[in-house]
Design a protein around this ligand. Structure first.
Ligand code: ADP
Ligand code: MG
Length: 448
């Protein structure tokens, strides 16, 4: 077998930001596990983190570190060939590529970074299972929006950038590339923080927003984020196609969904500030058929990194990144079922509002607490009622909001109360309430 030029780790042309703790965590995992998969939504920084890790581990592996890029591979059968090429191996007549790989790796101590497995999960599993079994010193670091599903695999969710420092440093650095005199100053710091917050600390989106400083001020960038897919299109020539725009990145995930998953995905865009399983069951059901239960579809969307799940001891709360939510909302509008889905959303939260109407009812304080947590959904339901000139629902929702405000002064919405009052006074043609404010995102959990 002859060796060909080996593609080692690709050079990075931009600076790497933060992630110290994460690098430590994953290195520890790699010391005791043979397959670690970095998961997370598109643009979260999986590839970049994996490359940084692999570069730091070169000495440890005596230079035996290889990079396998699956993004451009569409044919599952060619995955082993892709890996063989990356390792500098060529085909040997009469021998299968798997055989060639197993013989070449043997008991060498080697680290292979396999990037972008999400569209080739079965083929990746079929490659890695036997290799990990027969090559005792092979360690694999993979990136994928969804776990590969091989025995012994440890998945680790790449968190979004910290909004207090990493995201701002990344923005400032990439903005300086676009305009060398860009600085974070006392004047623009708050606006830049707000941009990073509204982009959920998603590195891909932050880089694209920062590139816009060439022609726009940070304030103008912030003000354009409601239409982020149009704003964040800056293509860098060396990026893989699907990462060139924010839309292409989410498109890629969407393309990999089954039809029932797509249906639930777009319906979830009606939620603001997250949602719980009960609400997902109500809003996600409907339309007949539904061979796969909503709870299973929701789990699949979590697996595919399109829905984030935050757990506390008793409850799981789900949310979509705002970028992903806006994309799903477009799909909902295109589907023609938006009104029916929003009505289900409104009915669910109006029923919740009714539970806080009666302070002498058992479990009232729990109901108030729950309604407090759902303030953004209540506002969205209210806005929808108002848009439909549905005074009955609007008033029922407003009543609850007033109660929540009385219980915990800062979380009520005087705007709702004022708007309902004006709706009642002026009849059907009331003003439309703007979309509810985004809550501060919680930090994602790390799955180990
Ligand atoms: N920690 C980081 N420091 C600097 N740039 C980053 C960092 N994380 C991500 N990026 C940049 O953000 C973009 C998206 O990251 P990438 O690793 O490609 O995401 P993913 O692989 O999860 O889709 C890339 O241009 C990458 O260089
Ligand atoms: Mg990637």
């Amino acid at each position: 077998m002859c060796e060909i030029a080996v593609q080692r780790l690709p050079n990075q042309l931009t600076s790497f930001v933060g992630r110290r703790a994460q690098i430590n965590d994953v290195r520890k995992l790699l010391a005791t596990n043979r397959l670690v998969t970095l998961t997370g939504t598109g643009g979260a920084g999986k590839t970049r983190l994996a490359l940084q890790l692999a570069a730091q581990m070169v000495a440890e592996f005596g230079d035996d570190v290889y990079y396998v890029e699956l993004a451009a591979i569409t044919e599952p059968n060619t995955v082993p060939v892709g890996m063989a090429r990356a390792l500098g191996l060529t085909d040997v007549p009469g021998r299968s590529t798997m055989d060639t790989l197993e013989r070449s790796i043997g008991d060498r101590r080697i680290l292979v970074l396999i990037d972008n497995c999400e569209h080739l999960l079965d083929a990746s599993a079929a490659l890695l299972s036997p290799l990990l079994r027969t090559c005792p010193n092979l360690t694999v670091l993979a990136t994928s929006r969804e776990p590969i599903g091989v025995a012994g695999e440890v998945t680790w969710r790449v968190p979004l950038l910290s909004l207090t420092d990493e995201a701002i440093v990344l923005f400032a650095d990439r903005a300086r590339q676009a305009r060398s005199d860009f600085r974070i100053t006392d004047d623009n710091r708050v606006v830049v923080s707000e941009i990073c917050l509204r982009l959920d600390g998603l590195p891909l989106a932050i880089e694209m927003a920062a590139a816009r400083v060439r022609a726009l001020s940070p304030t103008e960038i912030r003000n354009s984020l409601h239409d982020r897919f149009r704003l964040l299109t800056g293509a860098t020539r060396n990026a893989v196609h699907r990462q060139q725009t924010l839309r292409a990145s989410v498109d890629w995930s969407h393309e990999l969904l089954t039809e029932p998953e797509r249906t639930l995905f777009r319906r979830l865009s009606t939620f603001f500030g997250g949602f719980d399983l009960d609400a997902a069951l109500v809003v996600g059901s409907g339309g007949g058929g539904e061979p796969t239960p909503v709870v299973d579809l929701l789990t699949l969307l979590v697996d595919k990194s399109l829905v984030l799940a935050d757990y506390d001891q008793t409850h799981t709360r789900y949310r979509l990144l705002e970028t992903v939510r806006q994309y799903a909302q477009e799909k909902l509008t295109e589907s023609g079922e938006a009104a029916a889905v929003r009505n289900r959303h409104r009915d669910h939260y109006t029923a919740m509002a009714a539970l806080v109407d009666n302070p002498s009812r058992r479990g009232h304080s729990r109901a108030v607490e729950q309604a407090e947590a759902e303030i953004d959904n209540l506002r969205a339901a209210f806005a929808w009622s108002q848009e439909n000139r549905d005074l009955e629902h609007a008033v029922r929702l407003e009543t609850r909001t007033d109660l929540a405000r009385a219980t915990r002064p800062r979380s009520g919405s005087p705007r709702l109360i004022g708007a309902v009052a004006s709706l009642s006074r002026r009849g059907p043609a009331g003003p439309t309430i703007r979309a509810p404010a985004r809550p501060v995102p919680r930090s994602p959990r790390v799955a180990g």
